[in-house]
Ligand binder design. Sequence first.
Ligand SMILES: Cc1cc2nc3c(=O)[nH]c(=O)nc-3n(C[C@H](O)[C@H](O)[C@H](O)COP(=O)(O)OP(=O)(O)OC[C@H]3O[C@@H](n4cnc5c(N)ncnc54)[C@H](O)[C@@H]3O)c2cc1C
Length: 371
Amino acid sequence: MVQVLGSKELVEDVFDKDLCIGCGACIDLCPYLKNHKGKTTQLFPCDLSTGRCYAYCPKAEVNLDELSKHVWGVPYDGSPLGSHQKILASRAGKEMVKGSFQAGGTVSALVIKALKEGLIEAAVLTDRDVLTPVPRLVTSPKEVIECATSKYMASPTLSAINAAVGRGCKDLGVVGTPCQLTALAQMRANPVEEEGFVDPVGITIGLFCNWSLDTRQLMALLSENLDISTIQSMDIPPPPAEVMVLTTDTGRMEIPLSKIKPLIPQACFICPDMTSELSDVSVGMFEGRSGWNTLIVRSEKGADLIERAKKDRFLETEEMPGESVEHLVKAAADKKERSLRTLKRRELVNTKDDKRSALRIPLKVVQQILR
Ligand SMILES: Cc1cc2nc3c(=O)[nH]c(=O)nc-3n(C[C@H](O)[C@H](O)[C@H](O)COP(=O)(O)OP(=O)(O)OC[C@H]3O[C@@H](n4cnc5c(N)ncnc54)[C@H](O)[C@@H]3O)c2cc1C
């Protein structure tokens, strides 16, 4: 059984250990937990012994086996890419609204198609306020386009779900990173056994993610080099580039990754998921083919949305070359191994004798990953 504790334990297990990723899952549930520029904090102590704040947190007592059984109906097996049907190359099709996308525009195309087909009522996306990522509930294609491109920072996106649910919204589309999708899967499992609970989510689109950056530290670093209000977009091209590329009102600027990587939050180093395994579809870059995405089709719902988008030329797909799939599998397996080594070293996985863990994974899966 998943262990549900309260905000006192959330502070001890997550905030005090610097493991909060600021996903927003605990925000807007109560007046006490707030997020400011990526940092989540508790304003006043709360003495409730159990709470959704702890139950939803992707860094506190996450039981991957329970989650896998809940989402996919099978035990967690630690396979590098998680449960999926197929892997494709994709990009926005000819009939898709034009916009400035991070890569192929697959994410925006799928969200717009889901809205147009009435599969979702609204979508929870991530916009930005100057540079700070901010959650945004959108209902129109124009708003989806406004939220396009990656903000490479931990974002409190999930707070928009809590706020939307509070207003009675249902059938939400959600786009998020692996930590956000893990928290979302926990929210949808109704861990506090709320009476009359209705799953508020219609479709989930997960992003690939190796790591994100601390918002305030990134803003401080970039402010030393430029006026951050002129930044139009940011990109982290695949190796061997080793730079973050900023497109500004006046041109292009490169920041070496050696300056950026120290801004990765500790929480990213214990995340075993590179491809957002708990989503209907997952989308990432297509290394070596700019303007395209890698698309992992996971659930029937995801496959249906992709078919609808293809039929109306909102989306174009192609076979994914075997060597690209192999490369993806290796990158995802490497992230699992790295994070498990860190989790073990920090005594944050499968702890015993009442000692709480960040993650619980079946022992045989741990052995298989660390083989
Ligand atoms: C922090 C981060 C790290 C990433 N790391 C990798 C990686 O290692 N490898 C890889 O292949 N791809 C990575 N990606 C994904 C990649 O940058 C693109 O998002 C993906 O390829 C989709 O491209 P697109 O053209 O379809 O997106 P678009 O159509 O431009 O849509 C982008 C979507 O991303 C959402 N979004 C933007 N920033 C955030 C955020 N901070 N949190 C949650 N949602 C957000 C927006 O709501 C928007 O809907 C990362 C993305 C993020 C946000």
